[in-house]
Ligand binder design. Sequence first.
Ligand code: SAM
Length: 284
Amino acid sequence: THFGYENIPEDEKEERVYKVFENVATKYDLMNDAMSAGIHRLWKDYFISKMAPTPGTQLVDVAGGTGDIAFRFLNYVRNEDSESYNNQDRQSDVETPPELRSISESDEISESGESKTEKAKSFVTICDINQAMLDVGKSKAENLGFSSETCFIQGNAENLPLESNKYDVYTIAYGIRNCTHIDKVLQEAYRVLKPGGRFMCLEFSHVTNPLIQQLYDSYSFQVIPVMGQVLAQDWKSYQYLVESIRQFPKQEEFVEMIRNAGFKMAKYENITFGVTAIHSGFKI
Ligand code: SAM
């Protein structure tokens, strides 16, 4: 592979990935900021703005790690709630057909005449294979006052310990490339979503512009492992990070995999020249 980097055999991948995140768990947030110069925050904010969740949304964030997506989601719905959310002003990236809408509607009225969303409480289930990452996430949830709106479950994205047809939205951010069988992850995402629910994936992807590609390659292969060594005393984990990005399917190939898993309206959007991309689809 590039620069003599090794390919990880399939039967060793899960264990190797586990060790990577076990090693970096307590420094994970710091490293993310250092390596992306804080840009990962903007990508994650943009991801949540594309979801445009309404109060009451039940989210499962798989490979949720230290809770970055979960807490952004909860902040977003809290703000929506306090700004007396108005559905008509909402800017999602898709106009969801009425038959696909499962995210709680702001104009639904209960039998008692109250707007249901006034009471609707959003909740996030954060699932990750690595307990060390979840432990960091759990203490962040306590510090941020999100304990009652979150639960942390250890589990493999390829075989989720979760009920079928339960969630409005399934997210996986910078997690799917670490999984050994992407098709199994997608099948599980489909299973746990409610009919009408949405799959959303934020992941490093493939840069389309050759000039940017050259700059990005130099940065990835020459700077990232060095920073990993200096900040986390862990060259290998960050070497793995770079290699796993190169091995992940290209945008078109991945969107096809999402369609093959049964999702409708599957599409993707490149962000920052394709350094990262959002893929999504609906379960009907
Ligand atoms: N989603 C978080 C974020 O955006 O900051 C964490 C992303 S981190 C790069 C990748 C996470 O995927 C790690 O927490 C790792 O433990 C988790 N992971 C790797 N393989 C997994 C699997 N098969 N099932 C569930 N989680 C997995």
